[in-house]
Design a protein around this ligand. Structure first.
Ligand code: SF4
Length: 404
């Protein structure tokens, strides 16, 4: 098979892994004209530790796999064309795209062939060849196979910037139903080992182990797990293994799917709400029990979880932007981490008025009903304005009586 034919198959097969890609937008491609695609095959974007957005060649080493995870297009029983790159081919492609300035790094994953050790050894060999034989300084993200020999994982971390293991389902029951060959305790044990190496004190002259840390992905909506269960699993993964990111990937049906899977895709909005909740847990001081889940354990789809929390906790508002602490300000809908920092700095010099907040580039429509400023106390008119905002969020006229 020609290299380009392999690339077409193995870049397309890699697009199902959302753990480095932008997601949540419309599907578009250029088959009927125009330029570009949002389908995430071939080149994806990731964020470097310093916050830069970088382009990565995103491919699988092979889409053949000895496992049979029902949600996966590459599973053993799937009826798809198979291809396999050699180590030299992946190295050649990466260097070729890199020299032509198309990419800044490589995201390499793989189906499992022959054995976890055999596959992991090949992934490591790609990274080693790039680093040691070609002096490649670009970003490398390697998928890690938890069942592989710990010595291979230790070697992978010396060449890769980031390592990741996908847990895919939040519970072992979910894995038992859809991916019986996967073992959650084994995955967690490997994550613990990686954490230890990532956080080990630096030794002068020794390459730092996976400096961009480790991440994982969970599929949303392939099993019956609720948002509360998914966020519970994420919270535990962040705190136990110091993960940099948990990525959420809304389930989309695959060809010849098992009847154990839902026939329809999970709403992309659900994935988006989980990301918003994840940020509240990591950066806004919320704890898992505060997530505004309904009786079914799911977040409301029609409203961002921070607004939903605020509407359910009217006693916490209004918050005075001139006196409130950072924690209280972070809970105000419409205020992000950066805008809170800007408020804390700006109020050292004068008492803030609504105009000052507008100059800080905040959305007054969102913020006004929840804050007190030097020239503003929320009144009925603000509640009415909020009522105007809410129908756009899919929740018409929910609380005219916010503060009154
Ligand atoms: S091990 Fe990975 S590639 Fe293989 S079937 Fe499962 S999810 Fe797919």
């Amino acid at each position: 098979m020609e290299l380009l034919d392999k690339l077409a198959i193995l870049a397309d097969a890699a697009k199902y892994d959302a753990s480095c890609a932008s997601s949540g937008t419309q599907l578009r491609d250029s088959r009927s004209g125009g330029l570009g695609s949002t389908e995430g095959a071939g080149i994806c974007h990731a964020y470097a530790p310093d916050g830069r957005c970088i382009s990565l060649l995103k491919i699988l080493l092979t889409n053949a796999c000895m496992y049979d995870c029902l949600y996966c297009i590459n599973r053993r029983s799937s009826n798809v064309a198979r291809a396999r790159f050699s180590v030299a081919e992946v190295v050649e492609l990466t260097l070729g795209f890199y020299r032509r300035n198309c990419i800044e790094g490589l995201f390499l994953s793989s189906g499992i062939i022959r054995s976890p050790d055999h596959t992991m050894r090949q992934l490591v060999e790609v990274a080693r060849t790039l680093r040691e034989e070609h002096g490649f300084r670009g970003y490398i993200h390697l998928k890690t196979i938890p069942e592989a020999d710990p010595a291979l994982l230790a070697e992978a971390g010396l060449y890769a910037d980031r390592l990741s293991i996908n847990v895919e389902m939040p519970t072992q029951a979910g894995l038992d139903a859809l991916a019986p060959e996967k073992d959650l305790p084994g995955i967690r044990q490997t994550m613990a080992r990686l954490r230890q190496a990532i956080e080990a004190p630096r030794v002068k002259g020794v390459r730092r182990f996976a400096p961009a840390g480790q991440s994982t992905q969970m599929i949303v909506g392939a099993d019956s797990s609720s948002d509360a269960e998914i966020l519970g699993a994420s919270t535990s993964l962040y705190s136990s293994y110091g993960l940099r990111r948990v990525y959420y990937s809304a389930f989309s049906p695959i060809p010849d799917a098992s009847s154990a899977l839902p026939p329809r895709p999970a709403p992309l909005l659900r994935e988006h709400r989980l990301y918003q909740a994840d940020w509240l847990l990591r950066f806004y001081g919320f704890v898992q029990d505060e997530m505004p889940v309904g009786a079914d354990g799911n977040l409301p789809l029609g409203m961002d979880p921070k607004l939903a929390w605020a509407l359910a906790h009217r006693e916490a508002f209004p918050v005075d932007v001139n006196t409130a602490g950072r924690e209280a300000l972070l809970r105000v809908p419409g205020l992000g981490v950066r805008s809170v920092e800007r408020i804390l700095v700006a109020r050292r010099h004068s008492r803030l008025r609504l105009d000052d907040l507008a100059r800080l580039r905040l959305s007054l429509a969102k913020v006004q009903p929840f804050v007190v400023a030097a020239d503003h106390v929320p009144r009925v008119t603000d509640s009415v304005r909020l009522e105007c905002v809410l129908p756009r969020l899919g929740r018409p006229g929910a609380q005219l009586e916010l503060f009154h």
